[in-house]
Design a protein around this ligand. Structure first.
Ligand SMILES: [Zn+2]
Length: 312
């Protein structure tokens, strides 16, 4: 298997203040662990291009682009979008690189240049709504990539697997009721953004949401994945799989209270690889979402990448 990693130095120029957990140090922590693990030399390195406005507008309305592009502060300043989502002077450029990484990864995987790809990007994306940035996220990278695969490459069925500890409300909003997309996720509930739990019978048929209570451990999550995600994914037969790869369900991550460890991320990723090999010619594009304990984040990304590259 050949696995690519897409990133760009611009993704580290966006920052929201020294106090903010979604920091440039996250990408450095990943890079450090890739080097320490020896994995760095086994991956194909690609620089992320800038996404085009047209690519972003497949998911977002003009007002969402304007909320970033037209609100950039001057050097050293911050512009708050909500209580914990801010812009600095580099945020537009970083957001275009993050979405551009995901789009370019789709092109590389579909062209067969690599088997699968991980995008080491920030800002993250899965809370970004079609009409507005939200929750550390500016543009919904994974949704933009999925729409690129559908609209530009003509795929008819893609799956989005979201294992971030938070519900991917923006992704659900972008694709709710769109039968070209199956989204499977688990998330701690109740927890920000307090979405994704539908009354009996009212859930969109293309959303497989598994809310789990605080303190749920990896074994229980694996059982739920076996019972709910895997049958749905096998029945759907996706032609490509996207991953919203957040690592904040790790038990060392204080932003939430789930109990996953590196071995759980390796296991989940291996199940996704199996589904992709069965139905999707192995095609996977994974996009970094959350993960705020720097050590746990770096180690978990290594576990994720080892499974993507089938290095055991
Ligand atoms: Zn998260």
């Amino acid at each position: 298997m050949s696995t690519a990693i897409f990133s760009h130095p611009d993704c580290s120029k966006h920052e929201m203040g020294d106090w903010h957990p979604e920091s440039p140090a996250r990408l450095q922590a990943i890079e450090d662990q890739l080097i320490a693990s020896g994995l760095a030399t086994l991956l194909v390195r690609r620089d992320a291009p800038l996404a085009s406005t047209e690519q972003i507008e497949r998911v977002h309305q003009g007002c969402a682009l304007a909320a970033v592009r037209d609100a950039l502060p001057g050097p050293g300043g911050y512009h708050p979008i909500d209580a914990d989502t801010l812009l600095n002077e580099h945020s537009w450029q970083a957001a275009l690189r993050a979405a551009g990484a995901a789009v370019a990864a789709v092109d590389a995987v579909i062209a067969g240049e690599v088997d699968n790809a991980f995008c080491a990007i920030r800002p993250p994306g899965h809370h970004a709504r079609p009409d507005s940035p939200m929750g550390f996220c500016l543009f919904n990278n994974v949704a933009i990539a999925a729409r690129h695969a559908l609209d530009e490459h003509g795929l008819q069925r893609v799956a989005i697997v979201d294992f971030d500890v938070h519900h991917g409300n923006g992704t659900e909003e972008a694709f709710s009721g769109d039968e070209r997309v199956l989204m499977t996720s688990f998330f701690q509930h109740p927890l920000y953004p307090y979405s994704g739990v539908h009354a009996m019978g009212s859930a969109p048929t293309n959303m497989v949401n598994i809310p789990v209570p605080a303190y749920t451990r990896g074994e229980a999550v694996r059982e739920l994945i076996n019972a709910h995600w895997l049958p749905a994914l096998n029945a759907y037969r996706p032609q490509m799989i996207f991953i919203s790869a957040g690592f904040d369900a790790h038990r060392e991550d204080d932003i939430a209270s789930l109990g996953l460890v590196e071995a759980d991320y390796a296991w989940i990723t291996s199940r996704i690889v199996e589904i992709a090999q069965t139905h999707a010619q192995g095609r996977i594009v994974s996009c970094l979402e959350g993960g705020y304990n720097l050590s746990a984040l770096g180690r978990s990304v290594v576990a994720h990448l080892r499974s993507l590259a089938e290095l055991g």
